[in-house]
Design a protein around this ligand. Structure first.
Ligand code: PMP
Length: 394
């Protein structure tokens, strides 16, 4: 049976129309298929390969760790150098109130942990999320994801979850003395690349402080310089109590984390002990890859690179008459008139060797999230091809 046949017959499918590229290898900004066709990965595997595919420093770190040890023990028992070193490096970049890291394997798992931590610390169980927010597909994360079409088939989910409108001051009193936490993306990704307004974000922070609710920032998509600062909260100057991370964190390896203060994390140690454990969280190979990724990101001005990408994208697309470009840094999207046009543009760019995509909650936004290592020439030529495609259908 060919790989293609086994994929369609034996790999569980999540839609009737997967993109279906058969991958041979991937390097830098490119993905190459088994028929030899080269694609520019203009969405970085959905905001993962910020350093491009197979960054040499990440590959080297992975190989080095594979030669030392793989899994040795469930999370939290043994001292493993890749975990400790990475936790120290990551927290050195964060405020004192985010000084402790719990490692997991994915984004949704990071949010699950964050929600449990908030419940245990506050002794409350009410959560507030936002319409069009996205936090993952396991039950807890889905419970705080703000789109009924994804939630309805799985009801009942967590009780006492309330949704507010993003960037709306109305309704903030829903965050009250019974609220364990507010969970939000500082820039909604799947909701259609919608940045929070700074004063509104500050108002949410203030309201949480007023009533003793924790503020969780899901930085799974916004993290690791995608938006121009290492984490989006640093750009907004609003510090969360808990931050969840994944995607670009592992440089292409599965990796997630939730970060908070030592004081808050204290509640995970007892009543009962081991009340939140994971077998593979903080896998040594993933931690080694994450360390190499963050070291590389810190060794050069990747924040400036993200901002330069934004400037070039806006310049090229505006020149072609696309006037609604949303987002910050290299987390961008272009809004087109309707679903039909959006689909045609994405499909036609695909034919031209450019991987673009939708966001989960929007039919009219084309996601643009190139790797931060993309060279200016390739960035401009890719945007020019996108322009031509849009013009063809408008
Ligand atoms: N939160 C956000 C903001 C995300 O964008 C995603 C993934 N798109 C997730 C959570 C879930 O991450 P994962 O797919 O690794 O579970």
């Amino acid at each position: 049976m060919s790989n293609k046949d086994s994929f369609y017959e034996h790999v569980a499918q999540t839609s009737d129309a997967p993109m279906g590229l058969e991958i041979d290898y991937a390097e830098g900004p490119y993905i190459v298929t088994t028929d030899g066709k080269e694609y520019v990965d203009f969405i970085s595997g959905i905001a993962v390969s910020s350093l491009g595919h197979r960054h040499p420093k990440v590959v080297e770190a992975v190989k080095r760790q594979v030669d030392r040890h793989l899994h040795v023990m469930v999370y939290g028992e043994f001292i493993q150098e890749p975990q400790s070193a990475y936790a120290e490096l990551l927290t050195s970049q964060l405020p004192d109130s985010l000084d402790r890291v719990y490692f997991v394997n994915s984004g949704t798992e990071a949010n699950e942990g964050a929600l449990k931590l908030a419940k245990k610390y506050t002794g409350r169980h009410k959560f507030v999320g936002f319409n069009h927010g996205y936090h993952g597909d396991t039950h807890g994360s889905l419970s705080v994801t703000g789109r009924d079409v994804y939630r309805d088939p799985y009801l009942p989910l967590l009780p006492d979850v309330h949704f507010l409108d993003f960037n709306h001051f109305d309704g903030l009193e829903t965050i009250d003395e019974e609220t364990a936490a507010v969970i939000m993306e500082p820039i909604q990704g799947e909701g259609g690349i919608i940045p929070a307004q700074k004063d509104w974000l500050q108002a949410v922070r203030d309201r949480c402080d007023e009533v003793g609710a924790l503020l969780i920032f899901d930085e799974i998509q916004t993290g690791f310089y995608r938006t121009g600062s290492l984490f989006a909260f640093q750009g907004f100057e609003v510090v969360p109590d808990i931050m969840s991370l994944a995607k670009a964190m592992g440089g292409g390896m599965p990796m997630g984390a939730f970060v908070s203060s030592s004081e808050i994390f204290e509640v995970f140690k007892h009543d009962p002990p081991l009340n939140h454990v994971t077998t593979f969280g903080g896998h040594p190979v993933s931690c080694a890859a994450a360390y190499a990724t963050l070291s590389e990101l810190l060794s050069d001005d990747y924040g400036a690179k993200a901002k330069q990408i934004e400037q070039i994208v806006r310049e090229e697309l505006t020149a072609a008459g696309i006037d609604e470009i949303r987002g910050v840094g290299a987390m961008l999207g272009m809004e087109l008139q309707d679903r039909d046009l959006t689909q045609k543009v994405v499909e036609s760019c695909f034919e031209e060797g450019i991987i673009l995509g939708w966001t989960l909650h929007s039919n009219t936004l084309v996601r643009l999230a190139p790797p931060l290592i993309i060279e200016e020439d390739l960035l401009r030529s890719t945007l020019q091809t996108i322009n031509k495609t849009v013009k063809k259908y408008c």
